[in-house]
Write a protein that binds this ligand. Structure first.
Ligand SMILES: C[S@@+](CC[C@H](N)C(=O)[O-])C[C@H]1O[C@@H](n2cnc3c(N)ncnc32)[C@H](O)[C@@H]1O
Length: 343
């Protein structure tokens, strides 16, 4: 999934830095705050860890159920009265072949809908409508984890065929080729060898609940781009509360999901409070040299908590505009803090 701050490309760097610091993570108890796509949880789960993960967006929770929760393919015996073949393959086949309908997503996200938006082709928006409707009917039959897993599969399939350049700040005015392909629900890979406890929660509330943790990993947003407004379409698909959407781009109301970590005047005190409330052997944090908090500010706060080292990974970002041409240097930072007083 194309996601702002997705750590998939730097997992190797995180792994190396932990190894250089002689921190054992295999089979350990780990918290992944700000879990997003769950890519870092995924790495720890492949290594047999127990991972407690949280995010405040429901689409993130669904994505984590899709890729991280199950160690093996689940079956859907709970649907045996509705479906003859209730294997995962049978369920996805059934959903993929539902009759398309013109509903809420067609009205809001398709060019021939009420608002002429171009997030999805007409036919894909109709399929999203029929699949989302059907999954809703199953909510009472299915345990939460299977319900959210199916929503994760729908959301991921929709994301693949969305007519956007990655985020949903706006749709493209010309169809990209992927957006004209048919939406297909697909099985994920099942790679976890550990146990994942996933919660929809604010990090500040989540972290208070745990003791006896080996590593707290955190990957807060580092710039002003709020996730709630950049991924609102995915959130709308999984929440499905049929809100009236606002403006040309069809935004959901996201007042309650705004993150202090994306607000310059609030980020430092939010970060300081969070770090104070953490109780684990190690605190490991990803950030960028382009972030709202400076390296100096982070180090000052972490140094009060424990002995801190910084690891660096060079990124090159290509910029072209009339003022800057060519490469700009960017670094992905990993702070590793060995906490002084671990209770
Ligand atoms: C940089 S991204 C994490 C990326 C993730 N490590 C990955 O690889 O996909 C930051 C995440 O923090 C979440 N977030 C922001 N503020 C939050 C808060 N106060 N509580 C919980 N989650 C929050 C966002 O929804 C977003 O998914």
């Amino acid at each position: 999934m194309k996601y702002i701050g997705n750590k998939t490309r730097v997992i190797g760097f995180i792994e190396d830095s932990l190894k250089k610091s002689k921190i054992d993570y295999k089979g350990k108890k780990i918290i992944d705050l700000f879990a997003g796509t769950g890519s870092v949880s995924n790495f720890f789960l492949k290594n047999g860890a127990t991972v407690y993960s949280c995010d405040n967006m429901l689409y993130s929770i669904c994505e984590q159920y899709r890729v991280n929760y199950f160690n093996n393919e689940p079956s859907f015996a709970e649907l045996s009265t509705i479906l003859k073949d209730y294997s995962l393959e049978g369920v996805l086949n059934y959903l993929n072949n539902l009759k398309p309908i013109k509903g809420y997503f067609y009205d809001n996200y398709a060019p021939s809908g009420k608002f002429n938006r171009m997030y999805f082709s007409n036919s894909n928006a109709e399929k999203i409508d029929s699949i989302r409707n059907e999954i809703s009917k199953w909510e009472t039959f299915l345990p939460k984890e299977k319900y959210l897993f199916l929503l994760g599969i729908l959301m991921c399939a929709a994301d693949k065929v969305s007519n956007t350049s990655g985020t949903y700040g706006a749709y493209l005015k010309i169809w990209r080729s992927m957006a004209l392909k048919e939406i297909i629900l697909e099985k994920p890979e099942f790679v976890s060898k550990g146990k994942n406890i996933i919660e929809l929660c604010d990090v500040a509330d989540f972290v208070k609940n745990y003791k006896g943790i080996d590593i707290v990993y955190m990957d807060p947003p580092y710039n002003k781009r709020q996730y709630a407004s950049n991924f609102h379409v995915l959130e709308n698909i999984v929440v499905y509360d049929k809100q009236n959407l606002n403006g040309k781009t069809g935004l959901r109301d996201y007042k309650l999901q705004k993150s202090d970590y994306c607000i310059k005047s609030k980020v430092k005190s939010a970060f300081e409070k969070l770090v104070k409330s953490i109780n684990s052997k190690y605190l490991v944090m990803s950030y960028s040299t382009e972030g709202l908090l400076s390296e100096q500010e982070i180090i000052e706060i972490l140094n009060k908590k424990g002995e801190t080292k910084i690891f660096r990974y060079d990124y090159r970002r290509f910029k072209t505009n009339s003022w800057t041409k060519g490469d700009t240097k960017l670094q992905e930072l990993l702070f590793i803090c060995k906490i002084f007083k671990y209770k």
